[in-house]
Design a protein around this ligand. Sequence first.
Ligand code: 8Y4
Length: 275
Amino acid sequence: MSRITGLLAEKRPLIMGILNVTPDSFYDGGRYNSLSAAKEHALQLLQQGADIIDVGGESTRPGANPVPEQEELDRVIPVIEAIRAETDVCISVDTSTASVMEQAAKADCDAVNDVRALTRNGAMPAAAASGLHVCLMHMQGQPQTMQEQPSYIDLVEDIKSFFIDRIEACRVAGINRKLLILDPGFGFGKTPEHNLMLINRLAEFQSFGLPLLVGLSRKSTIGMITGLSDARLSGSVAGAIVAVSHGANIVRVHDVAQTSAALKVVHAIKSERLQ
Ligand code: 8Y4
């Protein structure tokens, strides 16, 4: 059994801790010190209760520029190798790039987290050959333009149709359905109202019988509600609690310690045990 399948079988919400290795974070992919800083950050996330470390070298913020392939490899692969040399923790690689998926699999990564749902050139066969888990995220449009004019006939039904198409494409490529994870893509080509509806109606995506992942940590919709202050942390934790209550199996977060404590309480209440 894969590490991720084993964790999902525990029937508790899992925490995916975000490890950014972009130049706007502390790690620039070049120097030893920054590699060791990235590794230390990963170990800190693990100690705070992360079940999965999500290593990403491409910024997908609205308006961000594409990253050259070699630069993405240089940022991400040494960090995955360094984490794996220290621990058995689950690692996902936040990438849409085929060669990054291939090299990450060689470095004993566990999952591909692709905001483009394996639509880039070569990504589908690379993910299939890797044998890794795949998170298929929904995005309307492209990162550069996705927030210009988001529009849906029916938000949930449109995203479900997208999942049907991508699950079928994975089947055709030879990816075992048991490896798939679905994510409605909070903040990716959606208005704030769309984002709130996604969390409110998250349980409708349980019809696929696949694990659900949601990432709302520190995103602008949360900030618009709470104000751009410390309150964004509480707002993100509140969102994670509701997402889990509505069926999320994995939450992707920056603030692992706080989210972990909150979700432990949620789980204790649901099971009426202190754990
Ligand atoms: C502050 C910090 C404000 C970060 C916004 C952000 C998701 C994801 C991202 C997600 C999955 C982000 C890579 C956007 N979001 N992967 N990745 N699901 N599966 N923005 O929601 O964190 S990056």
